[in-house]
Design a protein around this ligand. Structure first.
Ligand code: PMP
Length: 408
């Protein structure tokens, strides 16, 4: 058979592939030494290997058969209970019916798409915004409508204008997606004042907010404090916020353990939607994560990880300054994994990526994060994974890829 297209459903035909997966294929297909500033992977030297080994050995001793049994779709109950404690540490009070585990926050985004987005809806997102959310929401056949950002997060006047314009055009507009802490890709934080105003706005305009918070624990203490990271969900008196978070960045992404906290009736719908994906879910990962919380491993991780990534940010910023002077500009990252850089005039991110690959370095093109067709003059550089030597080397390669135009 030469084509299977006739068998595909309209959705199957139009599925959107994650940009980062595509980049993964590029990395795999390229031989030789490549420095990646592309994927936002945590540094594996930051994983608590010894503690995980000890916990896994105990769990796999064979004494407790339930460890390898089917687990409930909603999540391993003791883990859900300890997640309530993690939430409380972030100022969020929730009960068991309001929480559910997901296979990475990515599955949480997919559940949002399945349960809350109808074909033809307008969904509000920032420009730029996270590519994984773009892919998940687009698969629900909605229209993503971008709202511009200021240095302290989404522009509230533009947000309200956009909402009213889309509603006046007859669109259903129910959702705003935000990454308030150390946004992927822009690295910025939503100010506390804007967080409060957004909650008031969501209630007044009858909108739900999807708050995606993978990086809140990873603030850099020279430029941010824990109080700056207080989730919108912590002050959500009216049940407007669906909060997603994950253990991917603080324990390890390979567990694929994340969670959603939201109004109970919506979480109930997520649970039902998830049943058709996995019916029961793997419990070993969840039990390792649970034990990591109970034994204090998670709590001990935060401080060293903040220091580690802050140091990587410093190395990248110093290297960029040394190579580019003021020809490359960026928002100084206050936490998280990413530096969002503006290219000098005349550079296009896609053409630069092709050249950069020849020089052995990759990044993610800015346009991948922008639903309004902008971003061609931006690139996202991730500093979380490469060692300091590799960061310096990679920045040097990037500068070489930009010659001779850069020298002009
Ligand atoms: N949201 C954002 C903003 C992210 O940066 C990521 C990870 N790149 C995720 C969600 C997904 O994380 P995970 O699926 O590993 O929990």
């Amino acid at each position: 058979m030469n084509s299977y297209d006739q068998f595909l459903s309209p959705l199957g035909r139009n599925l959107h592939e994650s940009v980062l997966r595509k980049m993964g294929q590029v990395i795999a297909s390229r031989r030789g030494d490549l420095i990646s500033f592309a994927a936002g992977y945590p540094d594996p030297t930051g994983f608590p290997w010894d503690e995980f080994r000890e916990i896994a050995n105990e769990l796999l001793s064979g004494k407790d058969g339930s460890v390898l049994q089917y687990g409930p779709t909603r999540g391993y109950r003791p883990l859900l209970e300890s997640i309530l404690g993690v939430l409380e540490g972030r100022g969020i009070r929730a009960d068991l019916p309001q929480v559910m585990t997901t296979s990475g926050s990515q599955q949480g985004l997919d559940l949002v798409a399945r349960v809350l987005i109808a074909p033809g809806d307008a969904v509000l997102v920032e420009v730029p915004t996270y590519t994984g959310a773009i892919a998940a929401f687009r698969n629900a056949q909605c229209q993503l409508v971008g709202v511009r950002q200021d240095h302290d997060g989404i522009n509230l006047e533009a947000l309200d204008e956009t909402l009213m314009r889309e509603r006046a055009a007859g669109k259903r507009v129910n959702l705003l997606y935000l990454v308030p802490n150390f946004q992927n890709p822009a690295g910025i934080m939503l100010s506390l004042q804007k967080r409060a105003r957004l909650l008031e706005w969501a209630e007044r305009r009858n909108v739900l907010i999807v708050e995606d918070d993978p990086y809140g624990d990873l603030f850099f203490d020279d430029v941010a404090r824990v109080s700056d990271t207080r989730p919108l969900k912590a002050d959500d008196r009216d049940g407007r916020v669906i909060y997603l978070s994950t253990f991917s960045k603080t324990l390890a992404p390979g567990f694929r353990v994340a969670w959603v906290a939201g109004p109970a009736p919506i979480v109930e719908r997520f649970d039902t939607a998830k049943q058709s994906m996995d019916l029961m879910c793997g419990i070993l990962d969840q039990r390792v994560v649970h034990q990591s919380i109970v034994r204090g491993v998670l709590a001990r991780q935060a401080d060293p990880l903040r220091k580690l990534y802050r140091m990587r940010r410093d190395v990248m910023e110093q290297a960029l300054r040394a190579q580019f002077g003021d020809r490359l500009t960026w928002n100084p990252p206050r936490g998280g994994f990413f530096l969002w850089a503006k290219l000098p005039d005349g550079f296009d991110c896609e053409a630069l990526l092709a050249k950069a690959m020849e020089h052995g370095v990759i990044f993610v093109i800015g346009s991948a994060f922008c639903v309004d067709g902008s971003g061609h003059d931006r690139i996202r550089l991730s500093f979380s994974w490469p060692t300091p030597e590799r960061i310096r080397d990679g920045v040097q390669r990037l500068a070489s890829a930009m010659q001779p135009e850069l020298a002009r």
